[in-house]
Structure formats: structure tokens, C-alpha cells
Write a protein that binds this ligand. Structure first.
Ligand code: GLN
Ligand code: ZN
Length: 747
């Protein structure tokens, strides 16, 4: 039995990749140095996989920034505004598309399926002339070959690529224009001597209809006919294949399938419809997106079921290891019982080998692993009876007063003007703020000194907000680096790694917390900061929390407890915080859920169950307050069609969402839905330092008021202001208040 990886982390064990990229952008290193640094990381990654004994090692899975952008540039799909930047598009064009330049905004960035990885959205327009201008796949294959390593080059398949692009009228027609280019790439690889290539088509795990699936089969039959000597592995992940009985007819040489996410469905489909004879089943049996050690005995059983369906099974992770950190080797601060139960990318490679050995009759490593898992299972904090009972007892998720009545009570209690102005929570986290925190973490500043600094900053910003005449204030979130980490550090059941970085977008990496135990409230997390801020003003200051779904979606979550229960555990801990804020005089509490949408499963048929759990978790956290306590929430996207009724079901008194870049579209979504609760559609974009004009914001407000009632509309920026500078923030907010007043007085 053989083993395969289908993608390996690009960032390096110490984020060498990030450092190289950022040094290049700052012009600290030359293009030549950048390229050689990246090559070194690639080569080390290949050698590592070879050294562990993996049979099928991927190449071309590395990237300068993002694999979708690599593909686009190689196929000459360049947005119009960047087309003439260079004679031969190179790094300058590439990074301009990714990050924008002085003359043009960057391409849109969006989440890769239901992960927290963001890809750059390719843009087609009438002037797009697809052509193979750079065969990066052949280069990667030959580069590895020169190191003596035979690899499987990885490509994003044309159907997925086009489906995820903008400006495409007909997916199938656009795919036809790319087909000859893919064939050209593959013919070169065939000549280079490649034996296998892996073509990723995760789109087949979304809800495609029969006609679409048939056109994918036809596409691969055409491709295969053009490269008879090259073996094609059609790879998908994140869910089961939507129409397996159709897809299995594709004349490729192997299928890579995910048996972890919706694995039972996938297995059943294979049992029912069969697996084509003589082809290789690349079986994703280890979770490529989580960091827990696998029960190898369970995996062995799965493999034995698969072996009765196909005579050629290759063991692999469920998806690219891009989604997990590189290695546990440097995690010297975790307790043994936890560390030994974890598996990062390098450990997953070892697990593949251990599984292979177990199947071949040598249980040594598998048994070691089994005892580590057992030790973790029995560890302190893993299971709290009180927490389990509280979750089991949850039954009523509703507020005692319905929105209609709360609205009136809150109107009296707050007496806000029409179109009240507010912000989303964070104020500029200047270099000074970050430096102060760093010194405190390094123990160069005492707790008291740090606290004093945070208070002074909060006070200064309460004064600024009063001066600006905002109606509802925030404390500014100066005490937080990250909105999930901050709460994770204060709740029971969370652990933090030292170097557990995962690429989020471009050079930006995140270090997701690890939820290993039952989550419980320990002590107040935000009360001191909120109460302090509120004590300095007579205007309401919003309490500011991160919601349960966002916390869970941005963490590595234990798998021995249902996800829904983990979310409810977090919700109950947050409920305690909400109640303490209320008891201490905080009258408005915002619970942010920016990650609610990204957790949507790949298949629409699974959305309802996910959303029901999400709504209940949010309500469990927020529903026990009195009728005059106003619950706010915030989300960072405007793609609401699939979820608007769930947003409504959250029963938050006020929601703020990011919309300034897509105002027209969004307003119409609300027009159709007839949303009646408080709502603030962001009136300016916070992603750029540009200060918008009053008139622009007036126009945004007026457009919204064509479908929303002035009684329900709030005026706020798109998102938190922590990445902005102070001067531009004050100027923009000044104009925002001016715009609100202008529209308000004309009403
Ligand atoms: N309250 C948070 C902030 O303002 C919200 C951040 C977010 O939506 N991602 O920073
Ligand atoms: Zn936001």
C-alpha cells in the first residue's frame, strides 16, 4: 500500500516564506533573493516528505502568494487595470493584483470553500486572452526532478478555476477556452517524464447538477485523450462528491476522495455505485484540516472497507496540509498529554506511514499513538460534568420579550436620534499600543503599567468620540490583539501553540487556538474595560464580545464532542459575561459573528442544520438579558442571500454589516426580505486609508433609506478601525457624523 500527500504548507516551520515576502515588499531584499529563498523552502518541503517515506509527493503546490493567482497569471488571466503594468507580466503585476498599487485596487479576495484560507478571485472580461505564458507546473516538476525527487504536479482544475472566477457568463464555454491550455501544460509534463498529475476539482463536492457533472466528465475525457501516457488523478476535498455515479465514468486514472468530511456518505456512494476497475483510489483517511491524532485502528477499518471496493488504494490526508501548522517539534511549551495527542503536517506524514505499517501487520507506532490519544482523553479539563449538564439542560433560546415590544422599550430607554451613529468596536491599534503590549508580554512592563496605558488610551478615545458627537460609543478594544485569542486565553478549555501558524491570505498567517477541553467561564473577560469606559460618559458604550460561531470557526476544535455542543459550551460561557456586563451597568452589548457565513457547508442541503445550530448558539449567549438591554451583532460581508432569514433569527436588536463596496446589491436583498430590526449598512470602506467625502456617505445612507425605515437605520463604518491610522480615522468619522446629521435634518 502506498502513501500520498496532496499539498504541503508553504509557509515554512518558522514562517520563512512570510518573512521573505514581506522583506521583498519593503525592498529589503531583491527579487533574486526572494526567488532563491522561496526555492529553498520548496526544496526543504519536498525533501522532508521524501525523508518521511511518502510515495506520491506533490509539486507546484507551493506559491508566491496564492495558488489561484498563480494559475491565473500562468494562463494570462490578468485584470484589465493591471494588464499593461509590465511588458511580460512578472512579480510586479502578480503582487499588484494581490495587493493593489498606487493606481488600482487589488483583486477581490474570498474564502476558499469553507476554510479560513483566502484566494484571489480571477477576473475575466471581454479583453481577456487566455494563453499559457508560464508553465509553472513543468518548472516545478523539473526543479524537483533536479533534486532527485519524482513528484506529482498539482493543478487547480479548469472547472473549479472558472467557477470561482468573476466575469464569467457561461462556465462551460469559459472552460472550453482554457482546455487547450491545460492540455498544453499536461503534454509538456508528459514529455518531461511526469508519471502522475493531480488535478484539484473541489467544485465536484459542492451541489452540482447532473448536466454540470456530465460536462466535467466530458472535459476530463477530452483531456485524457490528449495525454494518454500521463496518469491523471482527479482530486476533490472538503465533502463527498455530489454525483459520484456520473463522475466515476470520467476516463482518468485515479480519484482522490475525502473520507473524513461526509466520509460515510462518500463510502456509501462507492458501495452503491462502485469504483471503476483498474483505477487508483486515493483515499483521504486522515483529517487534513484538524490537528488531532487519528485513531489508526478506525482508519484501518475504513481502509479495509475501501480495499474491498478497489484493489488499488493509496493512503492520503483528506485535503492539502495547507490548513494545518507545519510541525509540533517546536511546541515545547505544551503539556505532554496535549502535545502527544496533536498532529501537525509533519506528524500527519508520520501517521500515514504508521497506518501503512499497521495495515501491513506492524502495530508498534499505532499502539503508541493509541495510548497518546487515551491519555489526552483522560486529561484534566477534558470533561466537566457541570458544563455537560448545563448544555444538556438548554432548551429555551428565546428572549422573554419579542422584538416589537423590545423596540419600544429600548426607544424610551435610550432616546437616540434617528440614524444613530456608532462604530464597530476597535479603534486604531497604533505602533505604540502594540509595543506596549509586547513589552508587557515580555514582562518589561508590569500589569499595572500596562493597564494604566490601556486605560489612558481608552479615555482619550472616549473623549475623541464625544468630541465627534457619535451617539453610541465603544471602548476601543486596545487590550486585544485578536478577537478570538483574547477570549480563548481567558476561557477554560483552550490552549495556545507557540508556532502553530496557518496561512490565511498572502503572507498573513493566523495561529488558531486549540479547543481541547470543555469550555467554561472562569472570570470576567471584558467587564473592567467596559465599565471603565462607560464611567467616563453619559452616552451608551457598547460592551464588545466575540460570538460562539466565530470562536469555533477560527479555532482547531476537538472532535470527540459534537461541534454543536462545543459551540453551546462557548455560548454559555459568553452568556455569563453578557449577564455580568449587564449587571455592571452596560446597556448595549455587541456580539460579533464575522465568521458565521464562512462555516456554511459546501452543499446547500446541509446549510439549514448548520445555520440552526449557529442561531441557537448565538441566542444561548444573548437571550437572557432584560428587554431594555440592546443586543448588537456585526458581520463582515454582504453576501446575505443564503443566510438572511438566519440573520433575522438571531434576534439581535441591531446588526451592522460590511457593505460600502456593494451597497446597491445588498440594499435590494433587504428590499426583498423586509427586514425590520435595527441595521447599519457600513457607509464607508475601512480597508483603505482614503477619507471618503460626506456626499459619498450621504448617498449611501439615502440609497439604504429607499428600502429601510429611518427608524431602523444606523450609520457606521464597514468594520473595526484597528488597522487604520488615527488622523484618517478621526477625519472619516467626522464626515460620517456630518453625513448622518445632514440626512437626519432633511427627514
Ligand atoms: N469588534 C471587532 C472590531 O471592531 C469586529 C471585528 C470584525 O468584524 N472582524 O475590530
Ligand atoms: Zn467586520
Amino acid at each position: 500500500m502506498k502513501t500520498a500527500t496532496i499539498g504541503y504548507p508553504r509557509i515554512g516551520a518558522h514562517r520563512e516564506w512570510k518573512k521573505a515576502l514581506e522583506a521583498y515588499w519593503k525592498k529589503d531584499i531583491t527579487e533574486e533573493t526572494l526567488l532563491s529563498d522561496l526555492k529553498q523552502i520548496r526544496t526543504e518541503n519536498l525533501k522532508k516528505q521524501q525523508g518521511k517515506g511518502i510515495d506520491f509527493i506533490p509539486s507546484a503546490d507551493a506559491s508566491w502568494y496564492d495558488h489561484m493567482l498563480d494559475t491565473a497569471l500562468s494562463l494570462n488571466i490578468i485584470p484589465k487595470r493591471f494588464r499593461d503594468l509590465e511588458k511580460t507580466p512578472g512579480l510586479e503585476t502578480y503582487f499588484a493584483i494581490a495587493r493593489g498599487n498606487a493606481g488600482a485596487v487589488a483583486s477581490e479576495m474570498t474564502k476558499w470553500f469553507n476554510t479560513n484560507y483566502h484566494y484571489i478571485v480571477p477576473e475575466f472580461d471581454s479583453g481577456t486572452l487566455p494563453a499559457l505564458v508560464n508553465n509553472r507546473w513543468s518548472q516545478a516538476y523539473l526543479e524537483a526532478k533536479a533534486e532527485g525527487i519524482e513528484t506529482t504536479p498539482v493543478l487547480v482544475g479548469p472547472y473549479t478555476f472558472v467557477s470561482l472566477s468573476k466575469g464569467v457568463d457561461s462556465i462551460s464555454e469559459q472552460v472550453e477556452t482554457l482546455k487547450p491550455l491545460y492540455i498544453e501544460v499536461l503534454q509538456k509534463l508528459e514529455k518531461d517524464g511526469a508519471q502522475w498529475v493531480q488535478i484539484d476539482e473541489p467544485i465536484v463536492s459542492t451541489e452540482l447538477d447532473q448536466a454540470q457533472m456530465k460536462s466535467i466528465v466530458a472535459l476530463y475525457n477530452d483531456i485524457k485523450a490528449a495525454v494518454p501516457g500521463l496518469k491523471l488523478k482527479l482530486q476533490t476535498y472538503f465533502s463527498s462528491v455530489a454525483q459520484w455515479s456520473i463522475l466515476k465514468e470520467a476516463k482518468v486514472d485515479g480519484f482522490g476522495l475525502d473520507f473524513v468530511h461526509d466520509g460515510e456518505v462518500q463510502l456509501k456512494e462507492l458501495k452503491d455505485a462502485g469504483f471503476p476497475e483498474g483505477k487508483t483510489l486515493f483515499a483521504g483517511v486522515l483529517n487534513g484540516r484538524n490537528i488531532w491524532k487519528t485513531d489508526l485502528y478506525e482508519a484501518k477499518e475504513l481502509v479495509s472497507a475501501l480495499s474491498s471496493i478497489s484493489s488499488d488504494v493509496v493512503l492520503q490526508p483528506s485535503c492539502s496540509l495547507l490548513h494545518v501548522p507545519v510541525t509540533l517539534q517546536t511546541e515545547d511549551k505544551l503539556p505532554d498529554w496535549l502535545r502527544n495527542g496533536l498532529s501537525f503536517a509533519d506528524q500527519k506524514l508520520e501517521e500515514l506511514i504508521a497506518l501503512k505499517e499497521l495495515i501491513n501487520g506492524d502495530a508498534t507506532k499505532a499502539d503508541q499513538q493509541q495510548s497518546a490519544i487515551k491519555q489526552l482523553q483522560e486529561a484534566p479539563g477534558r470533561q466537566s460534568t457541570a458544563v455537560r449538564e448545563a448544555v444538556a439542560a438548554l432548551s429555551d433560546f428565546d428572549r422573554s420579550t419579542p422584538f416589537e415590544a423590545r423596540k419600544l422599550a429600548q426607544k424610551d430607554a435610550f432616546n437616540l436620534p434617528l440614524l444613530p451613529t456608532t462604530t464597530i468596536g476597535s479603534m486604531p491599534q497604533t505602533k505604540e499600543v502594540r509595543q506596549e503590549r509586547l513589552q508587557w508580554r515580555k514582562k518589561e512592563k508590569s500589569d499595572q503599567e500596562y493597564e494604566q496605558f490601556i486605560q489612558a488610551e481608552t479615555k482619550r478615545w472616549i473623549e475623541i468620540q464625544e468630541e465627534l458627537d457619535l451617539d453610541v460609543l465603544v471602548h476601543g478594544e486596545f487590550e486585544r490583539t485578536d478577537m478570538v485569542e483574547y477570549f480563548g486565553e481567558k476561557l477554560n478549555g483552550f490552549a495556545f501553540t507557540r508556532f502553530g501558524w496557518v496561512q490565511s491570505y498572502g503572507s498573513r498567517c493566523v495561529k488558531p487556538p486549540v479547543i481541547y477541553g470543555d469550555v467554561a467561564f472562569d472570570e470576567p473577560m471584558t467587564v473592567k474595560e467596559s465599565v471603565y469606559a462607560q464611567s467616563m460618559t453619559s452616552r451608551p458604550v457598547k460592551g464588545m464580545l466575540t460570538g460562539p460561531i466565530t470562536i469555533i470557526n477560527w479555532s482547531f476544535v476537538r472532535t470527540d464532542v459534537p461541534r454543536r455542543d462545543v459551540a453551546l459550551q462557548i455560548a454559555l460561557a459568553l452568556r455569563e459575561e453578557v449577564e455580568q456586563l449587564e449587571a455592571n451597568g452596560i446597556t448595549m452589548i455587541q456580539v460579533d459573528e464575522p465568521a458565521l457565513r464562512e462555516g456554511l457547508p459546501l452543499k446547500a442541503s446541509a446549510h439549514e442544520a448548520y445555520l440552526k445550530d449557529a442561531v441557537e448558539a448565538f441566542k444561548a449567549a444573548t437571550s437572557t438579558v432584560k428587554e431594555t438591554t440592546q443586543i448588537h451583532t456585526h458581520m463582515c460581508y454582504s453576501d446575505f442571500d443564503a443566510i438572511i432569514s438566519s440573520i433575522d433569527a438571531l434576534d439581535a436588536d441591531v446588526i451592522s454589516i460590511e457593505t460600502s463596496r456593494s451597497h446597491g446589491e445588498l440594499v435590494s436583498a433587504f428590499e426583498k426580505y423586509n427586514y425590520d430590526k435595527g441595521i447599519g449598512l457600513g457607509v464607508y470602506d475601512i480597508h483603505s486609508p482614503r477619507v471618503p467625502s460626506t456626499d459619498e456617505m450621504v448617498a449611501n445612507i439615502e440609497r439604504a433609506l429607499t428600502v429601510l425605515d429611518p427608524e431602523q437605520f444606523w450609520v457606521n463604518p464597514d468594520c473595526g478601525l484597528k488597522t487604520r491610522g488615527e488622523t484618517e480615522t478621526v477625519q472619516a468619522l467626522e464626515k460620517m457624523v456630518e453625513a448622518a446629521v445632514k440626512v437626519r435634518t432633511a427627514l
